[in-house]
Design a protein around this ligand. Structure first.
Ligand SMILES: [Zn+2]
Ligand SMILES: [Zn+2]
Length: 389
């Protein structure tokens, strides 16, 4: 029993160390440029300089139509964006003009949230084509990544993006995975700096750091979301620029060389190709059991854990497995001291996708991190879950 516990603790420590091996960090700034002309200057440079000085890269989610509107006729913004691309930052397309042709409201345009109606594929393709033309004409850029207007993307949007050869989407409400043929999604995690004021500066900084160390590490990446015009030097004396710089200084001190700053497209390629090892492991990965991050996370009553069982395997014959055979699956939840809290699954399963629910309110648990551990044959993997009571 003691030996079992020791072995488990070693496995637990090992899995935490592996999870903490490295973190991909993406900085996505939406609504370049917003219609806000009171917060000046309308410039991306101060923010970009602060991020660059700390080794970071920015993914600018550009509203194409803004580049051809009066306030940007002088070409200053398009010049800045062209130079930004040359320095390794990325232009991501963010709709076309943020004006809905169904209801006339601004802020959404490919799915009408006022009438709750989808735009047709032809309509969405027309919006994409208008945006692509402006980006090509003003910046000489063909964007690879897309942020849906109002952050709402339906399956028709996915089909339209795939038809225009976009490989990367950054959409909330969908996981980090292929969501459509050829289209891979990397959702943003959180935004801390919307209309930020000095009074919440420190608390937001601490929240972001713990969020990144918990959810970022369990997801393998963290996508920090910001919005124009709050990242401009003219907003609250450059408060958001200072805040982002302080956050990156803390992250660099904590992770050292284990943090990898990437644009959305770079991160997409990194995860899609499994290029962490420089080897294409796609086939092997496809045959390994998968324990996904629980959703929601953090959670306060119950949470769902999805997992995939591959064919019965042993490490020497990974690819010669039969999909029909069964694998013994156990999924258990432990606290940080290695004490078993719940058994969510313990049975023979054939290859396929499954899900288990963890109802924390059935147990008398305190708030904190719990470990969900899956054993599938000789394969062992674990995820951290954050319970907030
Ligand atoms: Zn937007
Ligand atoms: Zn609308």
């Amino acid at each position: 029993m003691v030996l079992q516990k020791l072995t488990f603790l070693l496995i637990l420590i090992n899995s935490l160390l592996i999870a903490e091996d490295s973190l991909v960090f993406i900085i996505r700034v939406d609504d370049i440029q917003s219609r806000n002309t009171t917060t000046l200057p309308r410039s991306i440079n101060d923010f970009q300089n602060a991020v660059e000085a700390r080794g970071g890269k920015v993914t600018w989610a550009v509203i194409p139509h803004r580049l051809i509107e009066t306030q940007n006729y002088n070409g200053i913004l398009s010049g800045d964006l062209r130079r930004s691309v040359a320095r390794g930052h990325e232009i991501c397309m963010h709709g076309y003009n943020h004006i809905c042709t169904r209801c006339g409201a601004s802020g959404h345009e490919m799915f009408c949230s006022a009438t709750n109606t989808h735009f047709t594929l032809a309509e969405q393709l027309a919006i994409l084509d208008s945006g692509l033309k402006v980006l090509r004409d003003t910046l000489g850029v063909v964007p690879k990544s897309f942020v849906p207007p109002a952050h709402v993307a339906d399956t028709t949007t996915w089909a339209a993006l795939a038809a225009r050869n976009f490989p990367w989407l950054s959409s909330t409400g969908v996981r980090k995975e292929f969501i459509y043929s050829g289209l891979y999604n990397l959702p943003p995690h959180n935004e801390y700096t919307w209309q930020m004021t000095q009074s919440v500066y420190t608390s937001k900084l601490n929240q972001a750091l713990s969020d990144i160390k918990t959810n970022g590490l369990s997801d393998g990446y963290f996508c920090l979301l910001l919005h124009d015009p709050f990242m401009r030097a003219g907003y609250e004396n450059g408060l958001v620029i200072t805040w982002t710089a302080a956050l990156m200084d803390s992250l660099n001190a904590y992770f050292g060389g284990r943090i990898k700053y990437m644009t959305l497209s770079e991160a997409g390629e990194y995860f899609r190709d499994g290029s962490a090892t420089g080897v294409n492991e796609t086939e092997e990965i496809a045959n390994l059991p998968v324990l996904e991050q629980n959703y929601p996370n953090p959670f306060n009553s119950s949470t769902v854990i999805r997992y995939t069982v591959s064919g019965n395997r042993n490490s020497s014959a990974l690819l010669r497995t039969s999909r029909k055979s069964e694998t013994r699956i156990t999924i258990k939840v432990y606290d940080l001291l290695g004490r078993e809290v719940a058994t969510l699954a313990d049975e023979e399963k054939t290859a396929g996708n499954y899900q288990a629910e963890f109802s924390a309110d059935r147990y008398d648990l305190s708030s904190g991190i719990y470990i969900c551990r899956m054993q599938a044959g000789d394969f062992l993997t674990a995820r951290k879950m954050l319970y907030i009571h």
